[in-house]
Design a protein. Structure first.
Length: 277
């Protein structure tokens, strides 16, 4: 009975061969597949970008549409094959790359019902991240996972910081509304808050500017404060990065995108795929 169950879980040689080509990077066929895939993704993005230019769209519009449907059908077949050739399809479908692969084909089909949504296919540019696997740069994916973990760990501190900044700009915007008034363009508190945000972030569009001495003094204080405030979230994330870097290393599954796998693990605990050495 147990042997029968084990055999039923084993994949056919055909599915195993497809899995090696699609998910593998050690074989020649796997590398060639990923390189062709990346080139196709880049070409599809260029097609969408050129189609948005009126001069090219008027002349080559039909060609761009045909090319986009060809790319979409190719990516749809690729997505279906990825689901077909792994033991646990849901682990791939709910992974980062699985969601991106799905979003890469949906806009074209949605354009049949909602015109204009085809431009969203530029999300395919995220699929180019697979080049890290092709070029054996898996450590860069680990560094990216470390950055995401640091951002996630510091989210509460960043939220408190942003909440404090929001309070500051509301107070300063209200003060500038009282000091300057409509004559200087501060005709409402929301518009004054907009000016405070632009000034605090040192953007300074110049569409609104104070003309009174007191208003200019307050603006100068806001500008100087902005330079010191910018460094705060950077320091928070940097501290979390240093802390996370001291934690024992982990690795990420190239099939389902599962992170936080043990450094000495040989297989993914979620989808069972072999991890790169």
């Amino acid at each position: 009975m147990m042997n029968h169950q084990n055999n039923s879980k084993e994949m056919s040689p055909f599915r195993e061969h497809i899995k090696i080509i699609i998910f593998g990077t050690d074989s020649r066929a796997g590398k060639l597949f990923d390189l062709v895939l990346i080139i196709t993704i880049v070409l599809s993005i260029i097609t969408v970008l050129l189609d948005s230019v009126n001069e090219y769209s008027q002349i080559y519009g039909n060609i761009f549409k045909i090319a986009e449907w060809i790319f979409t059908i190719m990516f749809t077949l690729e997505y279906a094959m990825r689901i077909y050739c792994i033991r646990r399809p849901l682990s791939y479908m709910y992974s980062f790359f699985g969601i991106i692969d799905l979003l890469a084909v949906l806009p074209t089909y949605l354009s049949l019902f909602i015109p204009g949504t085809e431009v969203l296919v530029v999300i395919r540019v995220l699929r180019v991240m697979r080049v890290f696997r092709v070029l054996k740069l898996a450590q860069y994916m680990g560094e990216a996972a470390l950055l995401v973990k640091a951002l996630s760990a510091s989210r509460r501190k960043i939220f408190i910081f942003l909440f404090s900044v929001m309070n500051i700009v509301i107070i300063l915007g209200s003060v500038m509304y009282l000091v300057e008034g409509e004559a200087s363009g501060f005709d409402s508190i929301p518009r004054s808050i907009y000016w405070a945000i632009v000034t605090l972030t040192t953007v300074g569009y110049g569409d609104i500017s104070p003309i009174t001495n007191l208003g200019q003094a307050i603006a100068a204080i806001i500008m100087v404060t902005g330079y010191s405030i910018i460094a705060v979230p950077t320091g928070i994330v940097t501290a979390e990065l240093v802390f996370s870097d001291n934690i024992p290393g982990t690795q990420e599954c190239i099939v389902c995108g599962m992170g936080d796998l043990k450094e000495d693990a040989n297989f993914c605990r979620i989808c069972g795929a072999k991890l790169p050495e």
